[in-house]
Ligand binder design. Structure first.
Ligand code: TA6
Length: 278
């Protein structure tokens, strides 16, 4: 079943959006990009995700905010004429199935083309989203072919916060590569707060990151990953981005569940990366 009692499709600007409204939460998923735009649990009616007020909703550019699906590579491709963060966030997706249950509404989606220029694996990508007490996001990468392939990805989630100057993260340990410092390696600070552009690839399988800002807490639980990426563009980069307001950095932080070290998938196997937002 494509739609259920809890799901409707609307058009906003020029893109189709799947709206989910059940007893536990509301959510929105853009069919352009398979891109979750909103998640609001009804227990507190607090929006967990951040979308830039200047985000492009014309289907021509990846939406700034929400949960961009970066796949089958993360960051820049080694061949610079391929798009950063892969090609599926710039594609239209199809709803494969929706179902309502006592734990929420589960929607399954696929991009129009799992295989495109820049990637040679015979892969099929499936996104499974459950909207309930929590938002559960799963990226399934299946090998349909006869040869092993390797991929990278990120659930590049933008979280809504009151003030980046109050924001702290808890739960991340080990070393990270700092993109703002030539990808040099540093130790994760015990007190994880923000005072400048922050762009870090934490090279470990952190299971839970707690985002606190003032009295608010958002927890991000991850499995199937090998990295957690933390990003805030700060003011200079915010000003340089057409789809970001000058002070947009103040109200968002990215905590991303990712694979950055290459995940191999053998013929007939499926690898799943999951992020649960509560
Ligand atoms: O995840 C962090 C990052 O790789 C940053 O370096 C920055 O480029 C960000 O993603 C946003 O990338 P985008 O292509 O969406 O502008």
């Amino acid at each position: 079943m494509l739609l259920t009692d809890s799901t409707t499709i609307i058009t906003r600007s020029t893109i189709q959006i799947l709206q989910i409204d059940n007893a536990l939460a509301t959510a929105e998923i853009s069919l352009f990009g398979g891109h979750i735009l909103s998640f609001v649990p009804k227990r507190d009616n607090r929006e967990r995700l951040w979308v830039s007020p200047k985000a492009a909703l014309d289907g021509k550019k990846a939406i700034r905010g929400g949960v961009p699906i970066c796949w089958p590579w993360f960051g820049d491709h080694k061949d610079s004429h391929y798009p950063a963060h892969g090609y599926v966030r710039n594609q239209n997706w199809q709803i494969i199935n929706s179902k309502d249950s006592t734990t929420g509404t589960t929607v399954t989606l696929r991009p129009n083309a799992s295989v495109d220029d820049g990637f040679s694996g015979d892969a099929q990508l499936t996104l499974v989203v459950e909207v309930g007490e929590n938002l559960t996001i799963q990226l399934h990468t299946e090998n349909l072919g006869n040869h092993t392939f390797s991929y990278n990805c990120a659930l590049h989630s933008y979280f809504s916060i009151v003030d980046i100057n109050l924001c702290q993260l808890a739960g991340i340990e080990g070393v990270y590569l700092d993109k703002t410092r030539g990808y040099d390696s540093f130790d994760t600070p015990a007190l994880y707060n923000f005072s400048e552009e922050t762009d870090r690839v934490h090279l470990n399988k952190t299971p839970q990151v707690d985002i606190t800002d003032g009295p608010l807490l958002t927890s991000v639980c991850s499995t199937g990953h090998d990295s957690i990426i933390v990003w805030n563009p700060w003011q200079k980069k915010s000003i340089s981005m057409a789809d970001m307001s000058d002070n947009g950095y103040l109200s968002m932080v990215c905590v991303e569940t990712a694979i950055t070290q290459g995940q191999t998938v053998n013929p007939g196997e499926t690898h799943v990366v999951e992020q649960v937002i509560s």
